[in-house]
Design a protein around this ligand. Structure first.
Ligand SMILES: Cc1cc2nc3c(=O)[nH]c(=O)nc-3n(C[C@H](O)[C@H](O)[C@H](O)COP(=O)(O)OP(=O)(O)OC[C@H]3O[C@@H](n4cnc5c(N)ncnc54)[C@H](O)[C@@H]3O)c2cc1C
Length: 377
């Protein structure tokens, strides 16, 4: 870790421990973070974490961003993640957009604007190529119609990066990416979904009904939307995985502390070998996941292709987190399932990480297909 990374990680640690840790249960009950805390993240520049400095961002590398996500998730995984998702739309604009679009999108985020990435639909989940939202060109405008499901940040987003079809007959080759501002007539955000875990993260539907946007809001070409979406997911998976690593570490910390405090049969339960085996496995899984995460981040920062490595990091880290959360609950016995203790929350949150950003089955398909490509005989 260099000195800039150390400084940022320390800032995130002290913010999370001071402002969020004492209130996690209270925020969960209330169903979200208070506006004041979201504003503090904006003031720290998190909306533009990965936006290049020449567009007013912090210009953080993927590795540094992963460190912040990991550190934040040692307390609560959704806080830094909400800003990471905001940066997702910006990334598409940065690698596929025009100079004017880069300045425009970065400008919204630099002023504290939040953003969502809108790919998933009622009928298009893992099969992202089957998007049915349309963007039909009429003169110098596109007219957008369709519904996007499970959109993170939807109700606090100022701008959406939307995947839509300019010609349904072309399948995935007709998909394109568009900037759609929240305040355009015809944009409606549904109610916040009531979900199992990650309850501090906003998930909602976004509907587009005859929404007019200027042709200048097309990012890339009418044919590159699917490729843009796949690329941004590849860039994002190691970051989601970094968050899982931080939360896995949180599960370890809870379990180790509890195992030292809890006395049964006249001794602390960590003295039982059955508990020691579980703790050791928890640590090995987390350390292995961490290595996969920073390997994928290093490849991204070096501009190398990394679809397999990004998928391995995401899949392994999510599975490790889910298993660690389950084991933390087990080690804590009856206390583990009580809301008062964090293990119960990690158990619920961890399940979601095996589904978002492409399910873990889809990650395994990506890994296996890339293995075949690399070793074709
Ligand atoms: C909390 C949350 C936040 C989200 N945020 C966003 C967001 O901000 N933006 C966005 O666009 N989307 C978002 N999503 C959507 C998420 O990416 C999808 O839920 C995910 O891709 C899976 O799609 P699905 O839910 O439709 O499941 P489906 O695709 O219907 O899958 C159902 C099951 O079938 C399996 N399956 C499907 N196809 C295959 C196959 N070929 N081989 C093997 N198994 C298969 C899946 O792995 C899964 O187990 C979010 C989802 C959640 C839960």
């Amino acid at each position: 870790m260099d000195s800039q990374q150390q400084e940022l990680v320390t800032m995130v640690r002290s913010f999370m421990n001071k402002e969020i840790k004492p209130h996690v249960h209270e925020f969960e009950e209330a169903g979200g973070y208070p506006d004041r805390l979201v504003q503090m993240g904006k003031d720290m520049g998190l909306t533009v974490m990965q936006v290049p400095e020449r567009y007013g961002g912090l210009g953080l590398s993927t590795t540094t961003t992963a460190m912040l996500l990991e550190e934040g998730a040692k307390v609560e995984s959704t806080y830094i993640s909400m800003f990471n998702i905001t940066n997702m739309g910006a990334k598409i604009v940065m690698f596929a957009g025009t100079e004017a679009q880069k300045e425009y999108y970065a400008g919204i985020l630099a002023e504290g604007g939040m953003s969502s990435f809108c790919l998933t639909e009622p009928g298009a989940g893992s099969d992202a190529a089957s998007v049915r939202t349309t963007a039909i060109r009429k003169g110098d405008k596109y007219i957008i119609n369709g519904n996007k499901m499970f959109i993170t940040n939807a109700s606090i987003a100022d701008v959406f990066l939307v995947v839509a079809s300019t010609d349904l007959s072309k399948g995935y080759k007709g998909l394109a990416t568009f900037i759609v501002e929240r305040d355009r007539p015809g944009v409606t955000v549904g109610k916040k979904e009531d979900k199992l875990g990650m309850r501090l993260s906003i998930t909602a539907e976004v509907a587009f009904q005859d929404v007019e946007i200027p042709v200048e809001n097309l990012v890339g070409t009418e044919e590159t939307g699917f490729a843009n979406a796949m690329k941004v997911l590849e860039l994002s998976r190691p970051l989601v995985a970094a968050s899982s690593v931080g939360a896995s570490q949180q599960a370890i910390d809870l379990a180790v502390k509890y195992a030292q405090e809890r006395v049964q049969f006249g001794q602390p339960i960590w003295k039982f070998e059955a508990i020691q085996m579980m703790l050791a496995d928890m640590q090995m899984r987390t350390s292995a996941a961490r290595a996969l995460v920073y390997n994928a981040c290093a490849l991204i920062d070096a501009g190398q292709p990394c679809s397999k490595e990004a998928a391995m990091a995401k899949c392994y880290a999510a599975d490790a987190y889910q298993k660690n959360a389950t084991d933390a609950v087990q080690i804590m016995g009856g206390y583990g399932v009580m809301k008062e203790y964090m293990a119960e929350k990690l158990y619920r949150d961890s399940k979601i990480t095996q589904i978002v950003e492409g399910t873990n089955q889809i990650q395994r398909l990506v890994i296996a297909k890339q293995m075949i490509r690399e070793n074709r005989i």
